[in-house]
Design a protein around this ligand. Structure first.
Ligand code: AHR
Length: 304
């Protein structure tokens, strides 16, 4: 039985050997899209590690569209794959297609993002980071860095997606304990650099050059990188005039941290195929009830 938190590599390695002995498995993976830098890194890792685990991976990129995901999942069902993996674009709208997979006796595993379904038996487990915790880590860092006094502009991820919902909730839960901390503007930049740049340009206009704004909290690094560009173009100094905290810890934000243009980023691990496949292969070898959530840890990184 898996614990709620990620279990040691030894157990996974043993599970993999057992699963490998059962022969190659075909797994259909419906991925969100290719937005930002984190997502393509995650896709590449899932494709590379599939080979290591002897998995025949059918990879479908939904380009950010849920209807594409529904189409892909139905195609996987028609092909009779051994398991289906979904990183859902948004949390709603999954009940029917998950019922179809269950009727076809194909187990479904959620990775990265969550779904909002009443019947949790429609999927085996979700293997992912805790987005709410990520928002809390960002909020706690900012509360300490600003000594509990801070007006924040927030760049939200894709509307209706689990990371946008949960990171906001977690962040708000923490800053809610500080009477002098508040979000003064919030808008979705859809997890992209271009979206983040546009949103920050709008904030710069609506707040008279971020007058009185102490921090930018972005639900991912790419939006923050776009925000950094917009601020520089407006003659502002991100990382100094305004504290910059975001999520993912991609290479470009590491550079921004080193250069002082960003201050903190919560790491969302992208090289997680080595955690995901053993869980699925073990389950296919010997189906057993798993906890509904297997959590991948998240850590906060700062410039120094
Ligand atoms: O679901 C995880 C989020 O999706 C990542 O933080 C973001 O970069 C991606 O688009």
């Amino acid at each position: 039985m898996y614990s709620k938190h990620l279990i040691g590599g030894a157990i996974f390695a043993a599970a993999t050997i057992l699963a490998g002995a059962a022969g190659a498995q075909t797994i259909g993976f419906s991925q969100v899209g290719s937005e930002g830098d984190w997502r393509p890194a995650f896709s590449a890792n899932m494709q590379e590690t599939a080979k290591e685990y002897g998995v025949d991976l059918k990879f479908a990129n939904a380009q950010g569209k849920q209807e594409e995901q529904l189409r892909a999942v139905r195609a996987f069902i028609a092909q009779g794959v051994n398991a289906i993996v979904i990183a859902p674009v948004v949390v709603t709208g999954w009940d029917q297609v998950l019922r179809e997979a269950k009727e076809a006796k194909i187990p479904v595993f959620l990775v990265d993002r969550d779904v909002d379904v009443a019947d949790k038996s429609l999927y085996v487990t979700r293997i992912s980071a805790d987005f709410n915790l990520e928002g809390k880590l960002a909020g706690a860092w900012l509360a300490a860095a600003s000594k509990g006094t801070c007006k924040v502009v927030e760049l939200q991820g894709t509307v209706g997606s689990a990371p946008a919902i949960e990171r906001k909730k977690g962040f708000e839960a923490v800053i809610g304990d500080f009477p002098a901390m508040e979000i003064v503007a919030t808008q979705s930049g859809d997890f992209t650099t271009e979206g983040g740049k546009k949103v920050m340009e709008a904030f710069i206009k609506s707040t008279n050059n971020l007058d009185g704004v102490c921090a930018s909290f972005a639900h991912n690094d790419n939006m923050q990188l776009g925000a950094i560009q917009a601020m520089k173009e407006a003659g502002l100094t991100p990382g100094k005039d305004v504290l910059m905290v975001s999520v993912d810890y991609v290479p470009a934000i590491k550079e921004a941290l080193a250069a002082g243009a960003a201050n903190a980023s919560v790491e969302l691990r992208s090289a997680v195929g080595g955690f995901i496949y053993p869980v699925i292969l073990d389950y296919l070898k010997s189906p057993t009830e798993l906890p509904k959530w297997i959590v991948i840890p998240s850590d906060l990184h700062t410039a120094n």
